[in-house]
Design a binder for this molecule. Structure first.
Ligand code: AHG
Ligand code: MN
Ligand code: MN
Ligand code: MN
Length: 326
């Protein structure tokens, strides 16, 4: 019989000497994603579609579901005694948890907000960091390579839960009984690919290295790269990363010239770090077009970063192009 998430986590923990408290935190995240999924599935019938009428610290208009998913995660994780603190894309500041907690959970409660109202795949992304001592802002500012676990729930045609505890990447599918069941126990991103993902409408704002790279891809078989590339853009990072884990590819959200104070659109702590750990665990690579994302020392909770992740040959090629152009 197929193994459910709880049984898998127990076995995985004993095979790799993983702390039981961390497993408990992972179960709380997964249970909350099941509850979020139930609301997503019902859409208008659950009153979750549309604007919340508020904004977040990122300067974005919040959708009802951004707020609902955030509140569900905050409440559930504050109720877990192993969680010392939380940080969320939708919260201005970090939120305190329990004084004896050993873990910090950082999350993008609802990724792909622009897709909520049009019934396209969305998700929840999470990152778990270790914690000791007094809780302060500095406690959260750990590089991505310190993450003890990360993952996402994908609310698509199927609801999936994808995780890593630094010993591989595993995929679970939500069944009729609202239980996550293991459906894939290896994810391996091949080094080469013929598929890229970038929001082409921003092309004129990119740096010249990115302009050249994408122009080379568009040349096709007879061009410099000698291949016909295909392009995809879902506008939900969670769906793009899932596609890359399933069939390889390269995903990019580069910084551009519109707002030089921002180093890109995506958030280091809630999006780039957790996704980078998954991708690296699956044999792929992840950089900000110059250095490995997981090595970046964060300066702030809501810090933004350029992202290039996926198949190693492409990520190295893009990164090399940027490094040599400076
Ligand atoms: P969020 O909905 O959590 O704010 O994140 C949206 C992000 C990411 O999921 C996606 O890759 C990107 O924004 C889409 O951006 P465009 O609207 O520029 O396509
Ligand atoms: Mn947002
Ligand atoms: Mn997001
Ligand atoms: Mn979000």
């Amino acid at each position: 019989m197929a193994q459910n998430l709880r049984a898998f986590l127990q076995e995985h923990a004993s095979a790799h000497q993983i702390d039981a408290a961390l497993i408990d935190v992972m179960n709380t995240v997964a249970d909350t994603c099941v509850a979020i999924s139930s609301k997503v599935r019902l859409g208008d019938l659950a009153g979750i579609i549309g604007e919340a009428g508020s904004g977040n610290v990122q300067g974005e208009d919040q959708k009802k579901l951004d707020v609902i998913a955030n509140n569900m995660l905050v409440e559930a994780l504050q109720g877990n005694k192993h969680v010392a603190g939380l940080a969320s894309e939708e919260e201005d500041n970090f939120v305190a948890g329990n004084v004896d907690g050993k873990y910090l959970v950082l999350f993008d409660p609802l990724d792909g907000s622009s897709n909520i109202d049009v019934n396209i795949s969305i998700g929840t992304i999470f990152s778990i960091l270790p914690h000791e001592g007094t809780l302060e802002l500095d406690s959260f500012l750990q590089a991505g390579n310190q993450q003890v676990a990360s993952g996402y729930a994908l609310y698509g045609p199927q609801t999936l839960f994808v995780l890593t505890l630094r010993h591989g990447v595993f995929v679970f599918t939500l069944n009729d009984a609202n239980e996550f069941v293991l459906t894939r126990d290896t994810c391996q991103i091949s080094p080469s690919t013929k598929e890229f993902a970038i929001n082409m409408s921003n092309q004129r704002h990119w740096q010249s290295a990115m302009q050249t790279y994408v122009a080379e891809l568009l040349e096709g078989k007879t061009g410099k790269r000698g291949k016909d590339y295909n392009m995809r853009w879902v506008a939900s990072m969670v769906a793009e990363v899932h596609r890359i884990l399933m069939r390889s590819g390269v995903f990019m959200y580069p910084k551009d010239s519109r707002d030089p104070s921002k180093a890109g659109k995506l958030r280091l702590m809630y999006e780039a770090n957790p996704m980078s750990l998954l991708v690296v665990q699956a044999g792929g690579a992840s950089t900000n077009a110059h250095e490995n994302i997981l090595d970046i020392q964060p300066q702030g909770l809501h810090q933004r970063v350029s992202v290039v992740l996926g198949s190693t040959d492409e990520v190295s090629y893009v990164t090399e192009k940027h490094v040599s152009s400076n």
